[in-house]
Design a protein around this ligand. Structure first.
Ligand SMILES: [Zn+2]
Ligand SMILES: [Zn+2]
Length: 365
């Protein structure tokens, strides 16, 4: 691999475009960082300047604090040292973007994290034509095949209603940024009051302050009378499971919302009463469909099942190589737990991350 001649190079700080002198989702501080989305493994503090989508900006401010952050609309080009850069919907979470980089007629696209199904809140994934595509591979195995969101939402709604009739609180475990907002319309349809863990509430309130019209939900507060939770719904990050915080909702049932719930055994391992395979990442078919739609001659595969997935692409005749990155290695919830200040903020207890689960022995083709 001739690294230096590539439009985007793989360095120990992150994906680097030397012609434009910027990095995309760097994992170490740099001068100029273009950010695909606000999850903590892609958006890290310490860089001198950030560029992201308008919707990502308030989330970056919440996550990173006070940094110079410029933002763009989708499809609005900017030139960084003569390199044309634009953002395109990735459909992963609110504001998530693919980064298109064009220089001297050559086009590369960095996907960040993405999903191809339109979830109604994250923007519809846009296939972008390119010469080289850098794709994630979180669920890059054929066993990962999602049901349509409407079907999963209907299952979640039924589960909530059953719990309600049994006088139990439904606790949905979901990432604070992305999954939690995506679930709100589904829960709102049950007509039951919604309560949010502090970490989820911080993201919720940031988005509401930025003008998002999200269904009404209340923060779980220390002085909220316990009877108010009875038979209703709570959204909490997965790391709240098994903590003293959760006991106040008793009696309750726990439902985990994660693509990993597709694999038998993971629900048991998580000690959940219900598992819903709802993911913010593309499934096997979604990845292949997205990659083919780019028309790319060369595909680099990052975090997930990168070696199996890139082998498969080569078998299909799409030239592919895996790339080591530091994405997916940091739990997307970890930084949120730190921000969940106040007495209901929970102790971080080695939460199960998507990145960690990849190595849990489920990765046999
Ligand atoms: Zn992400
Ligand atoms: Zn990621």
């Amino acid at each position: 691999m001739l690294m230096a001649s590539q439009l985007i190079q793989f360095t120990d700080r992150g994906l680097y475009c030397s012609a434009g002198n910027f990095y995309i989702d760097p994992w170490k501080p740099v001068d100029k960082a273009v950010i695909t989305h606000a999850h903590s493994d892609h958006a890290r503090p310490g860089s001198k300047a950030y560029l992201c989508h308008h919707f990502t900006k308030p989330l970056l401010e919440l996550r990173l604090g006070d940094y110079p952050i410029e933002s763009l609309e989708w499809n609005e080009p900017v030139w960084l040292d003569g390199v044309k850069v634009s953002l395109h919907p990735a459909g992963h979470i609110i504001g998530s973007s693919q980064v298109r980089v064009e220089y001297k007629g050559e086009v590369w696209v960095v996907s960040g994290d993405y999903k191809t199904e339109d979830d109604g809140i994250s923007g519809q994934f846009e296939p972008v034509q390119c010469d080289t595509f850098i794709t994630e591979s979180t669920f890059g195995l054929p066993i990962y095949k999602w049901k349509p969101q409407a079907e999963i939402f209907s299952n979640i709604g039924n589960w909530i209603r059953e719990n309600h009739e049994a006088g139990k609180t439904s606790i949905l475990m979901a990432y604070s940024l992305g999954k939690a907002q995506r679930l709100l319309p589904c829960i709102e349809a049950t007509g039951l009051p919604i309560f949010l863990h502090g970490a989820v509430y911080n993201v919720h309130q940031t988005l509401v302050n930025a003008g998002w019209k999200l269904p009404f939900a209340e923060r779980v507060a220390q002085d909220t009378p316990k009877e108010l939770y009875k038979g209703n719904v709570v959204i909490a990050p997965g790391s709240a499971d098994g903590t003293p915080w959760i006991k106040k909702f008793s009696p309750f049932n726990v439902g985990v919302c994660s693509g990993w719930m597709q694999v038998r055994g993971n629900r048991r391992r998580r000690n959940a009463d219900a598992g819903f395979a709802l993911s913010d990442h593309a499934d096997w078919d979604g990845l292949l469909q997205a990659i083919k739609a780019t028309g790319a001659q060369k595909v680099f595969v990052t975090h997930g099942f990168q070696s199996a997935f890139s082998r498969y692409l080569n078998e299909l005749g799409i030239e592919s190589a895996e790339v080591k990155t530091e994405y997916g290695t940091e739990d997307e919830e970890t930084s949120e737990i730190k921000q969940a200040d106040g007495p209901e903020g929970i102790e971080a207890e080695a939460p199960e991350s998507e990145g960690e689960q990849i190595n849990n022995g489920e990765n046999n083709l």
